[in-house]
Design a protein around this ligand. Sequence first.
Ligand code: PGA
Length: 246
Amino acid sequence: MKIIKAKDYNDMSKKAAGIFFSQITLKQDSVIGLATGSTPIGTYKKLIEMYNANDLDFSEVKTVNLDEYVGLSGESDQSYRYFMNSNLFNHINIDKANTHVPNGLASDKELESENYEKLIKSLGGIDMQLLGIGTNGHIGFNEPNDCFDKYTHEVNLTESTIKANTRFFASEADVPKTAISMGIKTIMGAKKIVLIANGSAKADIIYDSCFGPITPNVPASALQLHPDVTVIVDEEAYATIAAKLK
Ligand code: PGA
């Protein structure tokens, strides 16, 4: 696990975008795993800037997103499909047919999950996966649990995740209670992983994920077992690591 300290959110976003820039430059038809939430927005802005500067071509890129809320259609402005369209896909030359997000309206969640796994496989697997992290250590919507959730599946969101995500909805009652998410094994199958985190609220969980025991109680701790993970954190999120290294 490589840990890169960035100065601030902007610097973290720049460094993360730089890594994806290299990936797509080296392999134009890369399969890129994407994340939603506040953290990756800056990274997507930088990628859009690179595209606008004619430095990056997304025409052959394929994407798979980590997760989607159950019950929201892609037109709903709280859905992750909508988030991806408005924060990235609408601004670059990617073919939307090559962008994939689980279908939150699928009537059979198990079948949708199986099909999502098959899709990832048929694309040849994920070349590089971008991750944010929840303050409880979730990656995708893999919440703290007694065992690592393996493949794409329907997840019950925890109270803390529902609370954290209320900021994107009119009220807490409007936040969906379940989602379809790649599992830890799906994420671990990515050839390369880039995790980004900023802000003091993420400091303890970044420390626990990178240096604590590997346990499904801290889903991101599984990443310690992956051979190619880069963690990019701003100074605030690095604080607990810095304090313990003193
Ligand atoms: P955030 O969410 O980027 O909005 O902090 C991260 C996550 O919950 O995975």
